[in-house]
Design a protein around this ligand. Structure first.
Ligand code: HEC
Ligand code: HEC
Length: 340
């Protein structure tokens, strides 16, 4: 500090120095800017108030509570209440509206799409992929190829009761294991495999006629005479080159040999009705839902899609489909025979 005795005035600025000097550089004793002092004082007062109002100081058993009773849990609860309140306004209308009304009301439609997208990520993406494009054994839900039907009511029923799930109303059907249960010989299965492949554009083999006959006798009841599938049985269209279990010859052979029976849990007991309806609308829009009169007036292009971009979503991480029963392929069977 400078006392009067060695008080020194800087020649250039006319300001008193502090008497500190480094290599000829002298420190001027300017007063602090007034605004700075005020901000400083305000922060001190604010810190005192904060210390009293908010949890601030650790104690042996935890921390001071603060007079406002603030916790992050309370904050979360409040913000969730607020969201719920905001949703409630839509939810009441949504619950009363028919699918047709929802599709024709921009607000309700956006509400359904947003809710459906988020419920999908939470509950369905594990199996169907985040972008809903599916994987082996898990159907693609963004194309217009449906096993059990793609009308709003079909989708709603599929979600409510599941597929081969554990309830009386579930969607149920079972393709016979033609090879394992010896309903067809291996040769017949080879023949009908080639026939099935030819339905989606593979070259016809010379067994085409025989394959056609086997197909009409054994397969057409579920897959249709033209092989285009029947929703009542969840039997896929075999003529569209879209494969649930793979379209290589070996895959198709295996499917016919052991048969498949994909299972999806029923969501009725797990999700509430508004969520299932939101998912229904969401999937219907996403997946080229099958047209029915409800869709005719849809305001599609204008309505906002909350989830634009999901079509090029991250790569699928669905669990690998596992064949519950190992198929013995013709090659393996020969190996076994020659080993004996
Ligand atoms: C445990 C895996 C799993 C989960 C989770 C799952 N699914 Fe599925 N889902 C499947 C399988 C497997 C099938 C195909 C069943 C079959 O082969 O018929 C399927 C079929 C469907 C179908 C019928 C498709 C068609 O072509 O008819 C719809 C719709 C569907 N799922 C929607 C959903 C929705 C919505 C959710 C989330 C609420 C969901 N899935 C969650 C496994 C799952
Ligand atoms: C009782 C009805 C029924 C009969 C009969 C039936 N299927 Fe199926 N088939 C199904 C069902 C249901 C599925 C789908 C299984 C699933 O989703 O898990 C299926 C799936 C398939 C698939 C898989 C398609 C894909 O996309 O991966 C092929 C191939 C197939 N069937 C061929 C045949 C052939 C060939 C016959 C006759 C030899 C036949 N099916 C007879 C019901 C049937």
């Amino acid at each position: 500090m400078s006392d009067d005795k060695n008080k020194e005035i800087d020649q250039l600025s006319g300001v008193e120095t502090t008497g500190h000097e480094w290599d000829g550089l002298k420190e001027l004793n300017n007063p602090l800017p007034r605004w700075w002092v005020w901000v400083f004082l305000v922060t001190i007062v604010w810190a005192g108030w904060y210390f009293v109002a908010y949890p601030a100081w650790p104690t042996l058993s935890g921390h001071t509570e603060g007079s406002k009773g603030y916790t992050q849990f309370n904050e979360l609860r409040e913000s969730q209440d607020e969201i719920r309140e905001r949703q409630q306004a839509y939810l009441e209308r949504f619950n009363k509206a028919s699918f047709k009304e929802i599709l024709n009301d921009r607000e309700l439609y956006a509400f359904a799409m947003a809710g459906g997208a988020s419920a999908f990520k939470d509950n369905c993406a594990t199996c169907h992929g985040t972008g809903a494009a599916g994987g082996k054994g898990y159907p693609n839900l963004i194309d217009d190829d449906w096993l059990w039907g793609g009308k709003l009511d079909d989708i709603h029923q599929t979600l409510q009761y599941g597929i081969r799930a554990d309830n009386y109303d579930t969607r149920l059907s079972q393709m016979p294991s033609f090879g394992k249960d010896k309903l067809l010989t291996r040769e017949e299965i080879e023949t009908v495999t080639d026939y099935v492949l030819s339905l989606s554009g593979a070259e016809q083999t010379e067994t085409f006629e025989a394959g056609h006959e086997i197909f009409q006798k054994n397969c057409a009841s579920c897959h249709g005479e033209d092989g285009k599938g029947k929703h009542e049985f969840g039997a896929p269209n075999l003529a569209d080159a879209i494969w649930l279990y793979g379209g290589k010859r070996a895959d198709v052979f295996e499917t016919i040999y052991v048969a498949r029976a994909g299972m999806m849990p029923a969501w009725g007991p797990r999700l509430d009705e508004p969520t299932i309806r939101q998912l229904t609308v969401y999937l219907h829009q996403l997946g080229g839902g099958e047209s029915d009169e409800v869709q005719a007036e849809l305001i599609d292009e204008e309505a906002p899609l909350p989830d634009a971009g999901q079509y090029n979503d991250a790569p699928l991480e669905a669990p690998e489909y596992e064949n519950p029963e190992k198929t013995v392929t013709p090659a393996e069977e020969e190996d076994a025979a020659s080993a004996e």
